[in-house]
Design a protein around this ligand. Structure first.
Ligand code: UDP
Length: 245
């Protein structure tokens, strides 16, 4: 089975290897890999909070170190790499998820979702045909399952034979889950996608384009979900850590 080779450069950020693909190269390489039914590959879309957590939590650092591909999702990571002299463009996970759903009918992709609330999942599935056409969603299950159900979930997933599994359990739960089960899964691409389906289903708004362009998407998220403030303390800490290294 083919492993995931990368035709783009990588760089280091706080001891983590980060991939620097161009958006179209990433998409093309993913499509090629899933068509080959290549080796199970873990794609992480990393923001500043995750990069900072990895400096504090050795287990999480280990999981990121074992991931096959880490792309810069979030302006903090893009800023940090620019500060190190490596200009990269931002590759938000939610946009990659949307792109794969768009490509699914023409490319014959078999997609699967594990995670999100039952309401989000239903809202997203209801909109699928109108928004993306005939998508072959071969597995969809909300993220509120018990640990004793996981063996069964793995068996069902392998039986469904998806090309891509979107794991929407939030950080770090989704990365831990993928690391725990990846060797049992016969799926070419595993990707942690956080709250992407909350946004794509329309249950949570994405920041207006002007805020995205002004690099203030994080501020909009805080406004929408004020309970995130504690998590967001990682942002200034991340900046300080980068400036100190
Ligand atoms: N979630 C889930 N199971 C859980 C905890 C969370 O399915 O046990 C889902 C939750 O419904 C939401 C997503 O995971 O859709 C987490 O979204 P968030 O925006 O917090 O993701 P993060 O910022 O951590 O990537």
């Amino acid at each position: 089975m083919k492993s995931f080779t990368k035709p783009w450069p990588t760089t280091q950020l706080l001891g983590i290897t980060v991939d620097c693909p161009r958006r179209e190269d990433l998409l093309n390489r993913i499509l090629e890999h899933v068509k080959d039914r290549g080796q199970t590959t873990h794609l992480v879309t990393m923001n500043a909070e995750m990069a900072y957590s990895a400096t504090q939590d050795s287990e999480f650092h280990k999981i990121l170190a074992q991931a096959d591909m880490i792309i810069p999702d979030g302006i903090g990571v893009v800023w940090a790499l620019g500060h190190q002299g490596v200009p990269v463009s931002r590759l938000p996970g939610v946009e990659l998820v949307e792109e794969l759903f768009k490509q699914a009918p023409s490319q014959g992709l078999r997609l699967a979702i594990l995670g999100s609330s039952p309401e989000t999942l239903k809202a997203f599935q209801d909109q699928l045909p109108e928004r993306f056409g005939q998508v072959n969603l071969v597995f969809a299950r909300n993220g509120y399952f018990k640990p004793e159900e996981e063996e069964q979930i793995i068996a069902e997933l392998n039986h469904a034979r998806p090309d891509v599994l979107f794991v929407a359990l939030g950080v770090p739960k989704q990365e831990n889950w993928i690391a725990r089960w990846r060797n049992q899964l016969e799926i070419p691409l595993l990707m942690g996608v956080g709250g992407s389906f909350d946004v794509l289903s329309g249950r949570l708004d994405r920041a207006p384009v002007c805020m995205q362009r002004s690099h203030l998407e994080w501020l909009f998220r805080l406004y929408q979900q004020p309970t995130r403030w504690r998590r967001m303390l990682a942002l200034p800490r991340f900046v300080m850590t980068v400036l100190r290294t």
